[in-house]
Ligand binder design. Structure first.
Ligand code: OGA
Ligand code: NI
Length: 385
């Protein structure tokens, strides 16, 4: 048999994997030794594959040095300069790396470690949390939207709803035995860090004064305190991702291009690269920096900032050798709140660019279709801009 025939033969073999196996996730198939080739279920159309979409497959892979924001500087005397760099990062990239932040190495290391041990549990243990209910406190699954994706992504996930913590922690996995404690600590810390970054972002948008400033702006500050209060009481979801090694990484993706829905996402990744963001019409790989957070603007902040800060498309590549773990903490307003452009960013030059929107309509939207790219946000745009 020619090598080409042998390859087709092997692919056919992978394609005898029954549909229910795909739904148990990529890691399970990998552990069972099924994956010598990428099964058809995971092969993206040629135009969407890593090396053919936008990038010229002959050009060397390009890495991107994202703007770096030093958190310690942000809360020190250099705040005004750092706020300018922050505004610049949000406008130009929609992404930045946050270093010197308030969360200790110990907490981030323990978090990646416990998530790794969770994904290492036997399938029977992990599958207890499989559900299609998008509002479940805990949801284990695979791909992006398992019920709607025609092509599956090379990714398994565990999603945890976090707010209010005391209500949800008891529903989280009790195995590994330190899971609830480690993850609850991490959730608390990332929430605090999110609030500190949001305060800086509101300042960088010019819609929030530092607290010590003039009392005459009391009304303005009340409005801003309201958004800070709403965010403090807002939703938080931890999305933990596991990407097993892939025999043919050029045929598939760990996550297809998407934007995140919330205000901000704080992403912690291990040392394995994989995240790419779209920058000036190219896909560029984000170099992991140990113990830094990759922070990105979500759709809700794009709406709130009336388009000044944009959510940016990103995707995940997989590789042949190493598995990869990442943990995204997604933050927004409470589920029952309306997201709308801040009145302070609307004037004659800048008319309101987005409709008011709420989580209900977002969930309705994503549950009825295969979501790709920024199509939810597109559906919220007003046409007068
Ligand atoms: C996400 C995401 C990127 C990554 O969870 O929304 O984009 O590197 N993750 O896993
Ligand atoms: Ni994302």
């Amino acid at each position: 048999m020619s090598p080409a025939m042998a390859m087709i033969d092997q692919r056919n073999e992978e394609d005898h994997i029954i549909e229910s196996e795909y739904h148990k996730g990529v890691k399970n198939m990998y552990e069972k030794g099924y994956l010598h080739k990428v099964p058809k279920k995971y092969i993206f159309p040629a135009s969407e594959r890593p090396t053919t979409s936008m990038n010229d497959s002959n050009s060397p892979k390009e890495n991107l040095q994202l703007p770096i924001i030093d958190f310690a500087e942000l809360i020190g005397p250099n705040r005004p300069q750092v706020l300018r760099s922050l505004a610049n990062a949000c406008e130009q990239y929609g992404f930045f790396q946050l270093v010197n932040h308030s969360i200790s190495d110990d907490i981030t290391r323990c978090m990646i470690d416990v998530i790794g041990r969770f994904f290492d549990l036997p399938m029977e243990e992990r599958s207890k949390y499989m559900t299609t209910d998008m509002r479940a406190a805990v949801r284990y699954g695979t791909s992006f939207s398992q019920t709607k994706d025609s092509v599956f992504c090379w990714r398994d996930f565990l999603k945890l709803i976090c707010h209010p913590l005391p209500d949800f922690v008891p529903h989280w996995p009790a195995s590994p035995s330190d899971f609830q404690e480690v993850v609850a600590t991490y959730a608390k810390e990332t929430k605090q860090l999110f609030m500190a970054i949001m305060k800086a972002i509101l300042e960088s948008l010019g819609i929030m004064e530092d607290n010590q400033e003039e009392m005459t702006k009391e009304k303005d500050n009340n409005d801003n305190n309201n958004i800070m209060k709403e965010l403090d009481n807002g939703s938080q979801m931890l999305v933990t991702n596991f990407y097993p090694p892939c025999p043919e990484p050029d045929l598939t993706l760990g996550m297809h291009p998407h934007s995140d829905y919330g205000f901000l996402t704080l992403l912690l990744q291990d040392e394995v690269e994989g995240l790419q963001i779209q920058f000036q019409d190219k896909w560029l790989t984000v170099q992991p920096i140990p113990n830094a957070f990759v922070v990105n603007i979500g759709d809700h902040l794009e709406i709130f900032s009336n388009g000044k800060y944009k959510s940016v498309l990103h995707r995940v590549l997989v590789n042949e050798v190493k598995s990869r773990i990442s943990i995204a903490s997604l933050h927004s307003l409470p589920f029952n709140c309306t997201v709308k452009p801040s009145p302070k960013l609307i004037d004659e030059e800048n008319p309101k660019r987005y409709m008011d929107t709420d989580f209900g309509s977002f969930l309705a939207y994503v549950s009825t279709r295969e979501t790709k790219k920024k199509d939810f946000l597109e559906s919220r745009k007003l046409t007068n801009s």
